[in-house]
Write a protein that binds this ligand. Structure first.
Ligand SMILES: [Zn+2]
Length: 177
């Protein structure tokens, strides 16, 4: 699914070995937000933020977004070990994870988002065009993505007769209560 690349100053082979070890030990996803390899770039994070402490107990896998939030001083390009295969545009690398973080944050806070709202507010906050955020959302709502588009009642309108295009986390099973 993803090819390994390494841009750290550490030996790439060693880094890849550590990454494989962590995948086996903890699973290949972000320990903070649960992002999977095809949903964003995963990196090796130093839990104590000390880059010289390479003890395996001090290492964990995070997505770049969470890694950056946890320790901004390191910069986003530190220790990338996995990347989306075709997603090679540099601009995507920096903007898309930020947008995803934003969407997940909003979703966690609100549960459901109105499609047009998130396209527009996302574009404003991440400083890309709405066409670009639409593209990001499409990926997040793809088969492999975590989100889905559905028609929800328009909570903003006074009369609850209108449905608007909305986004939520994919519903796993329909439960009958
Ligand atoms: Zn994350």
């Amino acid at each position: 699914m993803s090819g390994g690349i390494c841009v750290s100053n550490m030996n790439g082979r060693t880094r890849k070995k550590q990454y494989d070890f962590l995948c086996k030990r903890d699973g290949e996803y972000c320990k903070m937000c649960g992002k999977l390899p095809w949903e964003g770039q995963l990196v090796i994070d130093h839990i104590d933020n000390d880059n010289s402490n390479n003890s395996l107990n001090n290492l964990q896998i995070l997505c770049r977004g969470c890694n950056y939030v946890k320790n901004p001083r390191k910069g986003p390009l530190d220790m990338c070990v996995s990347s989306n295969t075709k997603d090679s545009l540099v601009i995507n690398r920096s903007k898309e994870p930020k947008f995803r973080e934003y969407v997940y944050m909003e979703l966690d806070a609100k549960g459901v988002l109105v499609y047009d709202d998130i396209i527009n507010s996302g574009a404003e906050i991440i400083e890309v065009s709405p066409e670009t955020t639409k593209r990001y959302i499409r990926k997040m709502c793809s088969k492999q993505g975590k989100l889905e588009i559905f028609m929800d009642w328009d909570g903003a309108s006074l009369v609850y007769s209108k449905r608007v295009k909305s986004i939520r986390y994919k519903q796993k099973e329909i439960s009958f209560e």
